[in-house]
Design a protein around this ligand. Structure first.
Ligand SMILES: [Zn+2]
Length: 249
């Protein structure tokens, strides 16, 4: 099957070079690291773009998407993030709205099924769930382009159940994190890049085969809702038999 993969990274948390190498080796396709997406696909004036981003912040996780009327400080903050002066932290953005913004910036001739665009970001993304009527943090916003939230890997899948029980009584979350170390992925975790390789593979499968996820807990395409499931599915570079075969197409 003919397709090529373009990687864009604005994440300071992972090694894109390692992900590029992995995808090349596994898929035997052309993979190109294009650096920061917003440098590759010019976004127009920084002021306007900062405003665009501030407008898709989620203010209330219990309400469906509505454009935020950004305050001066919010726009200034976005400008600092765009310049790389501060890391984006603690703010949720609507994942589908961000995808739409990035889609508009892609060159027309590359908006096709043969071009897989994967953007890594440290911004925290969420989507509104119509079933329980609230926003949930996400790792992967699949489509054209696919966006992988690296901070989402840390924040979206749940930590062990006992962690939350103990947190209600624990004085310091830092101590609790030490106690459960290894059982979840943290921001400075050396396993982060390894996990994101699997997320990138989900994005490739979604576009090429129309299926991103697998039922098997041992397959890299497993859609983990718990950190421990995520770690189990991602750290051995395993695919189920069917998906292993599809990798060679
Ligand atoms: Zn599978």
């Amino acid at each position: 099957m003919k397709f090529q993969i373009f990687l864009y990274s604005g994440s300071k948390l992972l090694s894109v070079r390692e992900i590029e190498r992995y995808l090349k080796e596994r898929l035997k396709k052309n993979v190109e690291d294009r650096g920061e997406f917003l440098n590759h696909c010019p976004k127009g004036s920084a002021e306007e773009f900062a405003k665009t981003l501030a407008r898709i912040r989620i203010i209330d996780v219990m309400k469906p998407f509505k454009y935020n009327e950004p305050l001066y400080g919010e726009i200034e903050y976005e400008k600092r993030v765009l310049k790389g002066a501060v890391a984006p932290g603690g703010i949720l953005y609507d994942g589908f709205m961000l995808q739409q913004i990035f889609y508009e910036l892609l060159p027309k001739e590359e908006k096709n099924l043969e071009s897989v665009h994967i953007i890594f970001t440290d911004r925290l993304l969420a989507t509104f769930d119509e079933n329980d009527l609230r926003y949930h943090a996400r790792v992967n916003i699949l489509g054209c382009p696919s966006i992988i939230s690296v901070s989402g890997v840390v924040e979206a899948p749940a930590k062990p159940r006992e962690y939350y029980v103990e947190r209600q009584f624990a004085g310091s979350e830092e101590l609790l994190k030490l106690k459960y170390k290894g059982r979840f992925i943290d921001y400075d975790d050396e396993r982060l890049t390894e996990v994101v390789k699997g997320c990138a593979m989900q994005a490739v499968f979604y576009q090429i085969f129309g299926e991103a996820f697998c039922e098997s807990k041992k397959c890299r395409l497993y859609n983990a809702h718990w950190q421990e499931e995520l770690i189990n599915a991602q750290l051995k570079d395993n695919f189920c038999e069917r998906h292993e075969k599809m990798l060679r197409l």
